[in-house]
Design a protein around this ligand. Sequence first.
Ligand code: NCD
Length: 305
Amino acid sequence: MRHLMNPLDFSVEELEKLFDLANDIENNPAKYAHACDGKILATCFYEPSTRTRLSFESAMLRLGGQVLGFSEATSSSAAKGESVSDTIRVVSCYADICAMRHPKEGAPMVAASKSKIPVINAGDGGHQHPTQTLTDLLTIRTKKGQLGNCTIGLCGDLKFGRTVHSLINALVRYENVRFILISPEELRIPSYLRDKLTDMGVEFQEVIKLEDVMPELDLLYMTRVQKERFFNEEDYVRLKDFYVLNKQKMENAKEDMLVLHPLPRVNEISVEVDNDPRAVYFDQAQYGVYVRMALILTLLESAKN
Ligand code: NCD
């Protein structure tokens, strides 16, 4: 039985298979409409979510399965002091697969170690968000035709943004990917990731100004400043509008550059960019359902063995 904690839990070949399956689901939804008849997905969310939880639920419903769960810690027994280990033992009796989001880094991993059903990390603190990465990779692969040979700019809160951490982890495995890390000094990527890029000999550069690098980018991954992970309000207020992508900045970008964002957006992308054909952040939300359908099928299959 397999779990998903980190995008690296799947090899590049396994990811290709997963994305092929997601593309097949997109093209032939009727073929999969009863693939999970009689199966139950539990969504255990100890932190707020719109896309991740609802796309998981939509994915399971579109596969013919059913869903149960909670969307805030206060409505579960966590409010009474129950540990995630105990919760997952119980949830294992009620469901066949579980997606878990938790503010503590590593909590879904602890749950997985005690679980009788596959557990999916749906975001753990500022650490990882592997299913957002699957969504991002599927979007890039489908729109660009490949996952290597590109310069990607990651912009915004690279320190606390778990989607950025997971995406870097995943993209270093592809050929000829160059990273431009665009952030204020205070929000640079964690040193463990910088060390990883250096040790692997991956080309990367850290810059502060988005405008300076815009013409070089094939992909621009914008992120929200992660308010909930700041220790003081003052720092958040100072940094929250550091980057605002607007029409004017888009004029200096390549004609086929893609703008991605895991969403939710706050101010970092002006709504005037939404109609630009290069803006694919709402397409990502759609791909997020297909890739989660593919993931649920793959993990349930692994639980049979
Ligand atoms: C992201 C998250 O929760 O980390 N949202 C998402 O799942 N699409 C990004 C964010 O909250 O900024």
